[in-house]
Design a protein around this ligand. Structure first.
Ligand SMILES: Cc1ncc(COP(=O)(O)O)c(C=O)c1O
Length: 322
């Protein structure tokens, strides 16, 4: 493994150029900072099981979701999905990320255009695009986590679109995480305004009962996670497991045989306790364990059924001059 550059020396794609992180300057008037008017993605890349290359997981899908998020906030993203995938490849190579890594694209309102008056708005404001890439291994707890149901409700889609990853919306998630960790839990599960299960702080929720798997649907004020979609595909391919999207009442969390979370960062993590109640026998259940194993193989290109999810990056590739 080559030594990773220090954080301030990492290569970053900023406003159309590859620059060192320390050379990115943002003015105090950055509009996205003031009003939370930005959108982002979280993408993982994994070293391939066979070695020699990195595999970006669902790269195109992440950038397609970024484009959709941008449309909602009238952010002008001047790169196609293919170009963004190419930038990601180059960042991985430039930063010599020959280990598992995380890519964070963020598109945000930058500055008021001439003639635009001061104030909260989406039109008349320029857009900035920044993409970071950093080393990130598996931080989830294989033995499972303890969650608390948050007193903070998930912001409803009718107030702030849940299907977009809007930077400002994450203050809601931060409040929930803060409450949960202050109470000694690992993560929060948030209900929507109707009192049904929405999602965890940065992950989707699945419940298992008598061999049936269910997850809240798109009308439950959730982000439509790409890991969630991958897990639904994996479950559908496992012959004896049915999976459905539906409203999940809070009480089902406590009576489930298994609960697990899915997200790019946490990947697939068993939940073994919620609000002090043991889930199942308090250890990761068989369906969670099975899905987790298939997913772990898939992200490293070791499952031929899911190779189309992997975008390969040859780490020895040449990059254009700095
Ligand atoms: C609020 C929220 N829900 C769910 C997820 C899971 O989505 P994905 O699997 O696409 O990472 C995330 C993470 O991106 C998130 O921030």
């Amino acid at each position: 493994m080559s030594p990773a550059p220090a954080p301030h020396d990492r290569w970053v794609f900023h406003q159309g150029e590859f620059v060192r992180a320390k050379d990115v300057g943002l003015g105090p008037g950055t509009q996205g900072l003031h009003y939370g008017t930005g959108v982002f993605e979280g993408i993982r890349s994994y070293t391939a099981a066979e070695g020699g290359e990195s595999l970006v997981f669902k790269a195109r899908e992440h950038y397609e979701r970024l484009h959709a998020s941008c449309r909602l906030l009238r952010l002008d993203l001047p790169y196609s999905t293919g170009e963004l995938v190419d930038v990601t490849r180059e960042l991985i190579v430039r930063n010599q990320l020959d280990r598992d890594a995380y890519i964070r694209p963020v598109v945000y309102k930058l500055a008021l255009e001439p003639g635009t008056p001061f104030g909260v708005r989406l039109s008349g404001v320029s857009t900035a695009v920044t993409i970071l890439a950093l080393p990130m291994g598996d931080y989830s707890k294989p033995e499972g986590i303890r969650c608390g149901v948050s007193s903070w409700r998930r912001v409803p889609d009718a107030s702030l679109p849940a299907r977009a990853k809007i930077t400002g919306a994450y203050a809601n998630n931060a409040l929930a995480v803060d409450e949960a960790t202050a109470a000694g839990y690992d993560d929060a599960i948030m209900l929507n305004q109707r009192g049904a299960v929405a999602e965890a702080s940065t992950a989707n929720v699945f419940v298992v009962r008598s061999g049936h798997v269910a997850t809240p649907g798109p009308d439950s004020d959730i982000l439509l996670g790409l890991t969630r979609a991958a897990v639904m595909r994996i479950l559908a391919d496992e012959a004896d497991i049915t999976v459905g999207e539906r409203t999940i009442p809070r009480s089902e969390l406590y009576t489930a045989d298994e609960v697990f979370l899915t997200g790019t960062g946490c990947q697939i993590v068993p939940v073994v306790e919620i609000d002090g109640r043991r889930i199942g026998d308090g250890t990761p259940g068989p369906i969670t364990t099975r899905v987790r194993e298939v997913y772990r193989q898939a992200v490293r290109g070791a499952d031929p059924r899911y190779r189309h999810w992997n975008t390969p990056v040859g780490l020895k590739s040449q990059v254009t001059a700095a």
